[in-house]
Design a protein around this ligand. Sequence first.
Ligand SMILES: Cc1cc2nc3c(=O)[nH]c(=O)nc-3n(C[C@H](O)[C@H](O)[C@H](O)COP(=O)(O)O)c2cc1C
Length: 290
Amino acid sequence: MTHPYDGELRARFGLDPDRDSAPGGDPAEEIPQHAWLRQVLMRRTQRRFQPRRVPESLVRLLLAAAFSASSKSDFQQASALWLRDPARRERLAGLFPDMPWIGGAPVFLVFLGDAQRLARIGELRGHAQDNGTMEGFFNPAVDAALALQTCILAAETLGLGCCPISVLRNRIDEVARILDLPDLVFPVAGLCLGYPAQGGFISMRLPPAATIHIDRYDDSRLSELVDGYDRRRDARHSIADRQRLPERFGTLPFYGWSEDKARQAAMPEGIGFAAYLKAHGFAFDEPATE
Ligand SMILES: Cc1cc2nc3c(=O)[nH]c(=O)nc-3n(C[C@H](O)[C@H](O)[C@H](O)COP(=O)(O)O)c2cc1C
């Protein structure tokens, strides 16, 4: 029996869902068919947009969906900033000339981890708290990420395309000034939004055998699984002609995803973000116990 999501699982993982039991599991078991799930499995980031306007009421609806995401302890520590002022948008986009979609997308949102609101609510109610702890940082970061992804899925459901933008954190001081961010509020990622100008392509994911662990963590097959993934991904979409920093790392006859990501991760990113957070309310301590 062919797996009901055969096409989507092949597209996402480049594997045969029946033969390579991992992506699809046992197809003999009943699996509901659902168009939305197909769309999630086939989703992709978009960076080029039609000039078509996205109505304000639609953006507000997507934000309502975003804030329907789960929230740790119902603390509701995500915020979103809709950057509508052309002058501020231009200043922000000017910081990242390599990513013209930041200035060009019809809509630009910024999803913020917001530890300040809960701290202020503590003050309003007269209950002292310290929300600059590690927990105080982590919970808003997770809330903002969940709101971001919920916004993306809602937008894609309605035919829009999105591109999250975490590069904002690489120029955090300037970004915080442009957006007037107070202490204890930090960007998790921006979000470009609009009607896609192209079909885009599905980014193949690591095999589930590398990312899903049953009962106990086991990465003993990582090397072999990554090698296979590199080959499958290369066969679909080669990046051999885009070797990163050859003057530092050399040029390889086979250049796959893992080499590219290892090179990328070896270069520092987000410099200044930790210092910014420490200077703006986060001590990252353990919570004080009485
Ligand atoms: C938190 C986060 C931050 C990202 N930041 C950027 C960014 O700054 N610029 C960019 O062009 N894409 C960015 N992306 C998009 C990723 O590059 C993209 O999701 C990834 O290549 C996988 O592609 P897919 O979403 O089409 O599967 C970001 C994605 C996430 C989830």
